[in-house]
Design a protein. Structure first.
Length: 235
């Protein structure tokens, strides 16, 4: 990656940080963490500063409109051009169905369009296997991820001739704070494994990557099985 500004939207995300670190390259480099103010956001910022990076934080939430997103990006990238953008926004604990779709989907879609217009070298969207195989138990999360995933795929095709690369990352179950209270299913993975696989996919200039690699095959097989025959948690 080139030495321009690196932006992580979802600056408190464990997976987001695990993806960011292998892509940053050596310090110094300008890094911006965007998200809601939180202890995790500040801790991640200090962790990067201790590693020698120049770090600033800015506020982002899914309720921002197009103009507010543009203003946020303009302010965040005023000193150096944006070269790397990682979108690691997601929540399974939304207050309502509508909120879940907005947080995981609509807001992310608006952000992705704004990022492509800035023409960074690389955009990475942390999507989900649930975007390809929605689950009833996490319907709002699944449908939101579907919207964000589809937006990224379409934008990747549109931006193909502009020098902007878009990578869609579709992990299965990742063991993080957000999933700590959930039962660990087969093929579960970790943030560090996601980060390593994404780094390899960026190097190979891929547009879609599953984590673990077998997850794409698992999803295809599950989509062929009538849902009534599956355990309730898998439907």
């Amino acid at each position: 990656m080139s030495p321009g500004t690196a932006l992580l939207v979802g600056g408190s995300s464990e997976i987001g940080m695990a993806v960011l670190l292998p892509l940053l390259g050596p310090a110094p480099r300008q890094v911006i963490l965007a998200g809601r103010p939180s202890g995790e956001l500040w801790w991640n910022a200090e962790r990067l500063r201790d590693a020698g990076y120049s770090v600033s934080t800015t506020q982002y939430d899914a309720g921002l409109n197009v103009e507010q997103i543009d203003e946020m990006l303009e302010h965040a990238c005023a000193e150096h051009p944006l070269e790397l953008a990682i979108v690691a926004v997601g929540s399974m604990s939304s207050t309502s169905f509508a909120d879940g779709v907005v947080v995981n989907g609509f807001g992310v879609s608006l952000l992705l369009r704004a990022l492509v217009q800035r023409k960074p070298e690389q955009i990475v969207l942390l999507s989900s296997a649930a975007a390809v195989r929605p689950r009833q138990s996490i319907a709002a999360y699944s449908l939101g991820k579907q919207l964000a995933d589809s937006t990224a795929v379409l934008l990747s095709r549109q931006a193909a001739g502009t020098g902007v690369r878009v990578l869609v990352v579709r992990p299965g179950f990742v063991q993080t704070r957000m999933t700590a209270d959930l039962k660990k299913p087969p093929f579960a993975t970790s943030p560090d494994r996601v980060g390593r696989r994404v780094a390899a996919a960026v190097e190979a200039r891929k547009s879609i990557v599953w984590v673990p690699g077998v997850m794409g095959l698992v999803v295809r097989v599950l989509n062929l099985v009538p849902r009534r025959l599956l355990p309730e948690a898998w439907r």
